[in-house]
Design a protein around this ligand. Structure first.
Ligand code: AMP
Length: 191
């Protein structure tokens, strides 16, 4: 059963390419960032608390994020597999996901790592700010999110590297080039 993670720096194109992986394997693409943005948009008290963190480029707490993911993965559309985009982002979240997988005797298929140099991701985020106007795409927040990524999320990737699960995809070119690289990498997997 296909169970994928897509990882990479903010601006690497996770959201852009998640859909094509999900379509290929007929699994839901689950983005914690998108779930948080919709909670914020609902105007709930919880949304307001999340907004304060997201719009300043900080991570939402592990406890809350883990619970959100746990209940989403328990939905019926996840029975045949899933793709997680933007989770896990901390080593604590890796351990929590390990627990969810162990409970169901499930295993990760692969961790798709979109490799993009940091000057390129910053350029992309500045462009996205002009197009989408995301609250967390201002120059200061962009810089902070890259720092958070290096400090908190790089160790997550190192952990999956050590487990031999990471599949590197060159995501530095155009969307089309990256999509071709991604499909070629997936062709190489036994799923
Ligand atoms: P993204 O759309 O994946 O770039 O996520 C946008 C923002 O949502 C991040 O900068 C964090 O503030 C928050 N977020 C998304 N996923 C997580 C996660 N796994 N853990 C903590 N915070 C998260």
């Amino acid at each position: 059963m296909p169970r994928f993670l897509i990882v990479g720096a903010p601006g690497a194109g996770k959201g852009t390419h998640a859909g094509s992986i999900a379509d290929r394997y007929h699994v839901p693409a689950i983005s914690t960032g998108a779930m948080f943005r919709s909670e914020i948009a609902s105007g709930s008290d919880l949304g307001k608390q999340i907004d304060a963190l997201v719009s300043s480029g900080q991570l939402v707490s592990d406890d809350l994020t883990n619970q959100v993911v746990k209940s989403r993965l328990a939905q019926p559309d996840c029975i045949t597999g899933w793709l997680l985009d933007g989770y896990p982002r901390t080593v604590d979240q890796v351990k929590f996901l390990d627990g969810i997988l162990d409970d169901t005797k499930a295993k990760l298929t692969a961790v798709i790592m979109l490799d993009v140099p940091s000057d390129e991701v910053i350029k992309r985020l500045i462009k996205r700010a002009q197009i989408e106007g995301r609250a967390d795409d201002t120059p200061d927040v962009i810089k902070h999110r890259q720092e958070v990524y290096e400090a908190q999320t790089a160790p997550v990737i190192a952990e999956y590297e050590a487990r031999g699960l990471v599949v590197h995809v060159d995501g530095s070119g155009t969307i089309e080039q990256s999509a071709d690289n991604l499909m070629e990498a997936l062709d190489g997997l036994k799923v």
